[in-house]
Design a protein around this ligand. Structure first.
Ligand SMILES: CC(C)(COP(=O)(O)OP(=O)(O)OC[C@H]1O[C@@H](n2cnc3c(N)ncnc32)[C@H](O)[C@@H]1OP(=O)(O)O)[C@@H](O)C(=O)NCCC(=O)NCCS
Length: 140
């Protein structure tokens, strides 16, 4: 089941994001939805992060390791996409590009990126593991 996060989910969200090793900044629980199991335990999460008035980012998509491959991320992503303004952006490591292409996100070049993402990509290039790069993708 999916539901809006409450303040009580804040620690579980931070904990999951930390364990999966994705961007740990901007984790305000008010923007999150969480997927919970029959006992109410959080199994996954995601959010729509605003950057100023006009730019939205699909972010913090994460699912517990033992619950992957069951369609939980799909549920979260489709819920958020249905509520997001366009264009909607996301960043991911290059190996996850094909994953987000399932929802028609397309990789964009440096010259197409809003300044926030442009700066992030340049910065990330200094820190990404060998063989990976940071993609910025957009859904129109
Ligand atoms: C990436 C992640 C969110 C996927 O969660 P999930 O619940 O296992 O995904 P789903 O079961 O909803 O899969 C949806 C579809 O994507 C596919 N898929 C899942 N993981 C994939 C991957 N790593 N690469 C490509 N496709 C993938 C599934 O096969 C499924 O395809 P289908 O619906 O067409 O049959 C999960 O592996 C995760 O939490 N990873 C660590 C955190 C992370 O990297 N988050 C993304 C930050 S940008």
């Amino acid at each position: 089941m999916l539901r809006p996060a409450t303040e009580a989910d804040s620690a579980a969200i931070r904990n999951l994001i930390h364990r999966v090793g994705i961007n740990p900044t901007g984790l305000d629980w008010r923007r999150f939805v969480v997927a919970v199991d029959g006992s109410g335990r959080m199994r996954g999460c995601g959010q729509l992060k605003p950057h100023g008035k006009d730019i939205g980012e699909l972010a913090s998509i994460a699912v517990e390791l033992e619950d992957r491959g069951k369609g939980i991320a799909r549920l979260i992503i489709e819920h958020l996409i249905a509520r997001a303004r366009r264009p909607l952006y996301l960043t991911c490591r290059s190996s996850l590009g094909p994953f987000y292409e399932k929802w028609n996100f397309h990789t964009i070049g440096l010259n197409e990126m809003p300044p926030y993402f442009n700066r992030l990509v340049r910065l990330a290039s200094l820190f990404m593991p060998k063989g990976e790069s940071l993609l910025v993708m957009r859904l129109l």
